[in-house]
Design a protein around this ligand. Structure first.
Ligand SMILES: O=P(O)(O)OC[C@H]1O[C@](O)(COP(=O)(O)O)[C@@H](O)[C@@H]1O
Ligand SMILES: [Mg+2]
Ligand SMILES: [Mg+2]
Length: 333
């Protein structure tokens, strides 16, 4: 089998398909290298003293794990001197990070969830990193938070790394979704699946059922019908999976289909859902759409949402198109 590395793939994208320029290609390589370093830290576990709490709180009011902090630092440090970025934003930081004046600036904005699935770190279950790339406004010297508030449809690239039994990098630059597996002996990312496609129909759903009593009526109705299986209105049995790491749940859906939901609920209306638009929902929505699936907030396309805050939360329904259409349709009444 001819092995295609991430570098070769990106060079081809630049030369043949012109879906990226040289600067974006190099930026993606830097992010991929940082993910490799995070993967090595993750795999050391207790041996690297990376497990457990960092005893600090992030801007979301969540207690940070050591690996949340380590992964954030790795991504910041790897990207600040590369010359491809105008600024960065992270789920773990209150506001944006400017590129220090001693380094050259580039034309892109990078946003990331450095470590997704934090509750799974200490129990050795798959976790990941999610990233999104936007264009900085032309001629921008020091971008502001406002410059990051662009709809997801303007993303020029999005991806995630999943640190599971294998470490994989899933990437889109707007020309399909491609999966690379980390070859630890060679230290390189190798293309292992091109053009991932999510089947339109599925019999598998993912939701945190423990929140059921708090859901709004459209989600209650939809999940009740799935649970009723072949004896209910859907006329078929559904299986359920919930890893509690969005990267792992989305990766399963990209591999074999399914619908993933993290709805808003009745508890705190100022916090619609748990997932963050800029670091989780937008990059995953771009990937899912590029793979032929759908992603909505129950009302409309996630990628069409005009963000109002950097750390904005959003309800998420994504995956196999037929199911996302059904649950979104129930919200319309
Ligand atoms: O605790 P719950 O309700 O199962 O939530 C799980 C969800 O929360 C998240 O872990 C949030 O991400 P972080 O770990 O980056 O905060 C998602 O990956 C996952 O889908
Ligand atoms: Mg996350
Ligand atoms: Mg996180």
């Amino acid at each position: 089998m001819k092995r295609v590395s991430l570098t070769q793939y990106l060079v081809e994208e630049q030369r043949q398909h012109q879906s990226i320029n040289a600067e974006l290609r190099l930026l993606i390589e830097v992010v991929a290298r940082a993910c490799k370093r995070i993967s090595y830290s993750v795999s050391k576990g207790a041996l690297g003293e990376v497990l457990g709490s960092a005893d600090t709180e992030n801007i979301q009011g969540e207690v940070q794990k050591k690996l949340d902090v380590i992964s954030n630092e790795i991504l910041l440090e790897a990207n600040e001197w590369g010359g491809h970025l105008a600024a960065m934003a992270s789920e773990e930081m209150e506001t944006i990070r400017q590129i220090p004046s001693r380094y050259p600036k580039g034309e892109f904005l990078l946003l990331f969830d450095p470590l997704d699935g934090s509750s799974n770190i200490d129990v050795n279950v798959s976790i990941g990193t999610i990233f999104s790339v936007l264009k900085a406004p032309e001629g921008m010297q020091d971008p502001t938070e406002q410059d990051f508030l662009q709809a997801g449809s303007t993303q020029v690239a999005a991806g995630y790394a999943v640190y599971g039994p294998q470490t994989m990098l899933v990437l889109t630059t707007g020309n399909g979704v491609h999966c690379f597996t980390l070859d630890r002996e060679q230290g390189s990312w190798v293309l292992t699946q091109s053009d991932m496609q999510i089947p339109a129909a599925t019999k598998e759903f993912a939701i945190n059922m423990s929140n059921q009593r708090h859901w709004h009526p459209p989600v209650q109705r939809y999940v009740d019908e799935l649970l009723a299986g072949s004896t209910g209105p859907r006329g078929k049995d559904f299986n359920m999976r919930w890893v509690a790491s969005m990267v792992a749940d989305v990766h399963r859906i990209l591999t074999r289909g399914g619908v993933f939901m993290y709805p808003a609920d009745l508890r705190d209306t100022s916090m619609p859902g748990k997932l963050r638009l800029m670091y989780e929902a937008n990059p995953m929505a771009m990937i899912v759409e590029q793979a032929g699936g759908a992603a909505t907030d129950g009302q409309g396309r996630i990628l069409d949402i005009q963000p109002t805050k950097l750390h904005q939360r959003v309800p998420v329904f994504l995956g196999s198109k037929e199911e996302v259409d059904v649950v979104t349709g129930y919200h319309a009444g």
